[in-house]
Design a protein around this ligand. Sequence first.
Ligand code: SF4
Ligand code: SF4
Length: 274
Amino acid sequence: MDQVALVVVRAVESGATTTKGIIGVTGLSRLKVERALGALEKQKLLFRESQGSWALGFPVAPPVRQCGSCTACCKVLEVTDLGKPVNTVCNHILSGGGCDIYDRRPRQCRSFSCGWLQGHLDDDWFPATAGMVAHFGLDTLNVQVDIDAPDRWREEPYFSKLCELSLKGLRVSEGRPYATLVIVGDDRYLLLGRTIVPDPTLFGTAFVPITHDTFHYWKAKSLENLRRLNDRVMEIQRIQQEFGYCAIPEDDEPTPPYRPALLENSKQLRAARD
Ligand code: SF4
Ligand code: SF4
């Protein structure tokens, strides 16, 4: 999937469910957005609900558990076709669990399966008691937190597990890479191991490790900015391999060539320390 399509998917995931809304939050041209929407629809990764809004429809693995008494996703997730906002209990939940329109529930409900149901998480993560619904998207692990327990994800055992999952998602060698995103009401946090990135942009985040589970990061303001940030990260890593050290710059608008500025910066920092 190309970068533009990924930005469009992230926009839909973050609540922009109309073409106009996607253009508004991404700043991409109508032509680019419509092309990406068409391609995603063809691949069955996005679909139009009956009311015309866009919804995600990734293929999910068959569940290995049963929902039982849980109805957490029917509260914390948005259902565009019903006009149900996030963190609002759906009118169709039956007392004791279940759905009163089960046979004709929207496609978004039919295609949803959380990470606990699929067996990716242990019983601490049973959504009804954890107060969080974790689910895999196309390139993200989304953790939608119940607004009635907004800090639950920062508590143990949840935070350590989220760090572990985040590090796994960052390691390209361990299969399909993914970003770990925690959503609490209008707030979004990207996890890079134990490093929490508030309000990540739709264009992505460039990062470089500081320790085995913490990172320095730069939030990209455009796809072009992300490309330059990532190019500089590669140069930082090359210098670290060659010299064992590279000062990490703070600025988020790098311009090539990166190497001379990075080497000069590192030399000055070394001299100041010695
Ligand atoms: S949150 Fe998961 S376990 Fe709970 S109802 Fe939804 S899919 Fe089922
Ligand atoms: S329509 Fe049914 S399955 Fe969908 S959110 Fe409402 S109660 Fe849950």
